[in-house]
Design a protein around this ligand. Sequence first.
Ligand code: SAH
Length: 241
Amino acid sequence: MVQAKVRLFVDHPLTQGQTVPLDKDQSNYLFAVMRLQIGAFVALFNGVDGEYQAEVTIANKRGGALICHAQSKPLQLPPDLWLIFAPIKKVRTDFIVEKAAEMGAAKIVPVSTNFTNSERIRQDRLQAHALEAAEQCGGTYVPEVTDLQKLDRLLAEWDETRQIMFCDEALVGAAEVLGAVQGDKWAILIGPEGGFSESERQKLHALPYAHPVSLGPRILRADTAAVAAMTVWQQHLGDWS
Ligand code: SAH
């Protein structure tokens, strides 16, 4: 079978023989931008059924349809890892969401902290970034991006069986401790450009399920820290090894 060059997320059930209608934006993308014609193949995924190779049966710029052939990938869920971060400038926040989706976060949780620079996010736009990242990286799962919430509130309602890899810039240069900690459910916590406040730091250090970690001898920008922390976590505890 021809392997599709284009991957597309569709909000529709996928199974062999299933017809999948396309909306206007999807049709415009496939038939006007990518110039696909009837008979072309597209890889479809919906976040739950894996990936299917689908053939174009109707190709109008305002609407189209595909029919699913064989499944080309089963659903592959990421490890149960959340990325919690304080939003920074728009482009850097977009970067964090995109990289978190590529690197295998199950959920992306923006939080406001004492020194958070940005008090608002566009959740729908960030979710769209996560979806695009999944399309591009061959993923079959799209992490949910939650709405902005207060870190205090999130910690107050915390499931104590979920460990926190607390990236604490105050530990810059200290040896990192992650290797010894066990647990299936995790969250990485990254602060804003201004770092964590002393009261936040004290509170986090007192939580038995929060593990303060250093990311090396240099202070990283929040977006770099998010990628570095996910790399370390995936290598030690995730689906890389
Ligand atoms: N303004 C702060 C730095 C904040 S960096 C200062 O000068 O101290 C943004 C976030 O990245 C931090 O809150 C932390 O979560 C993470 N981070 C950056 N470098 C780090 C390091 N070396 N160790 C642990 N966490 C780090």
